[in-house]
Every structure is written in C-alpha cells, then in structure tokens.
Ligand binder design. Structure first.
Ligand SMILES: [Zn+2]
Length: 397
C-alpha cells in the first residue's frame, strides 16, 4: 500500500458520511470556539513557573521522578518561548547535580539510585538550560560507565542495575549518549536487532518482544533507531498504518493503543512518530511525500489539544474531566508543536490553528527539546574529549 493511500484512508475516516452529521456540527463548534478561546497563555506560564519552586502534596508520589518535573516544566516553558530566569536555571542545575549518582547517571532524587529515565530527563533539562554551568553538571565518563552497567548482552538495556528491561531504556540510553557525544557502536551492539524484535504484527512497537503495540514504546523504539541510523530496518509502512490509525476520527486526538480512549499525552508519543517516519520514508526514496504536511490530520489534533486539553486555570491535561499535571502539560504542548510545524531547519511550513498567539516554538522530534538546543549541546560536547577507557571510535554526527 502506498503512503498516499494510507493517508487518504485517514482523511476519509475523518470525513466519513456515517459521522458527517455529528462531526460537522462538532467541528463547527470547535472552530467557532477556538477563535475566542485560544491557549490560556498567561495561566500556563504562571502554573509552570510556580511548579519550579513549589509542588503540592499531590506530587509526593513523584519523589523518584524529580528530574522529570524539571524537564516537563522547562520544555513547556521553551515551547511557550518563556525565558528561564538565570537564577532559577542555576538552581535547577545545582539540584540536578545533587541527583547525579557518584557511580554515574542521574537518580530520581538526591541520594537515590541512578536510573535511565531520570537520566534522560536530567540531560534533556540541562541541554534546555544550555549554559556552561548546565553542561558541566554532566559527568560524561561516569555516564558512560552507568550505561555500560545496564547494557545487556542481547542489546537491550535495564532501566537501572537489577531493574526491568523495555524499549524505553534503549531510547533513554541512545538519547543521552548521542547528546553528550559518548555514543559508541560497541555500547549499542545488538540494540538495533533487539528493538526491531519489538515491532509486532500490528505494525507498532511493544515494550518488550511479543506484547501489544503502544504509542510510547513505538516512539521510543523508532527514535532510538533514528539515533542509531537504522530506522529503515523497521517495516515503515506497517508502522505508518498503525500510527495514523491511532488518531481518532471524532476527537482528533490520539489513543495510545488500539481500543483505548484518546489521551492528550499521545499527541506527542504518537504524532511525534510522523516526523520520524516522514524522514525515514523520504530517505527510502518515497516520492509521494508532501513537502508541507506530516501524514496525519494536524488541524484536528490542534483542535483536540486547544479545546479539550487546556485547563482554564493553566496547565494541560489528558482529557476533559481529568486534572492538569506537568507531564500532560509537557506532552500536550509538544504534540501541539509537532502539529504546527512541518519540516526541519532548512524546509519549514507552519499550520497554526486559531490566532497567531497559539504558535509554539518547534521541537526536535527525536529528543523533544528545541532544535537549536540540540545543535548547541552537540557542538559543546563534540569539542570535549572523553577518556577512552573502552578504546573505541566515537560516532560523528
Ligand atoms: Zn496521558
């Protein structure tokens, strides 16, 4: 099946006669309201700014995910193009330094064990801050030691020493290793084949081989393969078919798995796959690709996020009736950014629904931080040398 016909199937579903009466009315109300509503810009900013200094009791359960809170908030602020005051940025650097384990990698909080998920979040947060102080927090040699300590012979990675294995860990490891320029072929030996074995009959990827396809794991596996330069080894057409079928015809947002409800955070985990697939299909010589649009309904996703996921008091959420939180704020905004911006540094086309003030900054679809921050981090860490204890050649980007 060609890329174009997969895309047309999606468009057809969006406007299928069966749903036309309902969806037309719905779309009219949505479009009409968007002009008045827009994003609750100032409230989002106040909510995020407060979260960097004070969290309510409700966040106690995230005591082992504190670098994540830094990343979710800092990335949301950069998407809203709100500068981070230097004093706050410095405080975040000092806090993340306390989360760094003496044996390498970052933990969920000071004094905890290193774990790949907060390591990814901490490195991303520090790259968003992008100052010398931020870069200097990262002990790259020890980070490399930590990555080796969780690497498995089959190519997979444990989330922490003695912990579980799933495709998130391969992405977290590839992301931090590439951003800090410590990625080596040896460290990722067999990883490509292990990730490829997570793509199942549905077309998406599961957490480990043999389970159900899932948006978060599909993003992590595909983004890791992009970093390793092996994404062409996936069955790209079946992955494309699976992911575009996760955008729901009525709501416009994405579900995470087949037969699940739409959830705002999949605006990034699922829609974020489309730029990766677009690039991969382009490299494979696919001639029917648009030079202005991704292969999903970008406006419908923007409608869902703007209308259904914004808390009027600031912050974004899963769906109406749910509470706002920093995770959904980050990933709803990240998905909104993907839906607004097509292209890369050279080729760029914007589709902004509603007022021009709705425009967010672009995000890098592999790392999910702003593209210039990725470029700056790569430049910075490229200049540094690492003690080559493993005697390996480093990848060049
Ligand atoms: Zn969610």
């Amino acid at each position: 099946m060609s890329v174009k016909s997969v895309y047309h199937q999606v468009i057809y579903r969006q406007t299928s006669p069966k749903l036309n009466n309902t969806s037309h009315g719905f779309k009219y109300i949505q479009t009409h309201r968007i002009l008045e509503f827009d994003r609750v810009f100032e409230q989002h900013y106040q909510y995020l700014k407060k979260g960097l200094r004070h969290l309510s009791d409700a966040y106690e359960c995230l005591d082992a995910s504190r670098p994540w809170l830094c990343f979710w908030i800092l990335h949301s602020l950069e998407l809203l193009e709100e500068p981070i005051p230097p004093a706050v940025a410095s405080d975040v650097c000092q806090f993340l330094a306390r989360c760094q384990s003496p044996t390498g990698g970052f933990a969920g909080g000071p004094g905890q064990h290193a774990h790949l998920a907060p390591t990814y979040a901490a490195v991303n947060a520090l790259c968003i801050i992008g100052t010398e102080e931020a870069y200097n927090v990262i002990d790259r040699q020890k980070l490399l030691d930590f990555l080796w300590s969780v690497k498995q012979p089959d190519g997979s990675f444990m989330m922490h020493v003695g912990g579980e294995v799933d495709v998130r860990s391969a992405y977290c490891a590839a992301s931090v290793a590439s951003l800090t320029y410590i990625l080596t072929p040896k460290l990722f030996e067999n990883t490509t084949n292990w990730i490829l074995s997570c793509q199942n009959w549905e077309g998406g990827l599961s957490g480990v081989p043999g389970l159900e396809a899932h948006g978060g794991y599909s993003f992590c596996g595909t983004a890791a393969l992009v970093i390793l330069g092996k994404e062409h080894m996936l069955d790209l057409k079946s992955l494309l078919r699976w992911v575009v079928s996760r955008q729901m015809r009525f709501e416009g947002g994405f579900q995470g798995r087949c037969n699940k409800l739409v959830d705002g955070c999949y605006s990034f985990w699922q829609a974020g796959l489309l730029p990766l697939l677009h690039r991969a299909l382009f490299k494979e010589g696919e001639s029917e690709l648009s030079q202005q649009r991704w292969l999903f309904e970008q406006q419908a996703l923007q409608e869902y996020i703007l209308l259904c996921c914004q808390s009027p008091t600031g912050g974004l959420l899963d769906k109406p009736g749910k509470s706002r939180d920093f995770y959904h704020t980050c990933y709803c905004l990240s998905g909104l950014s993907i839906a607004q911006h097509f292209g890369n540094m050279e080729l760029h086309h914007e589709t902004i629904l509603g007022k021009e003030e709705n425009r967010l900054a672009p995000t890098h679809p592999v790392y999910n931080i702003c593209p210039e921050k990725v470029a700056r981090a790569l430049r910075h860490f490229h200049r540094l040398s690492v003690t080559e204890t493993k005697n390996e050649t480093f990848y060049s980007f």
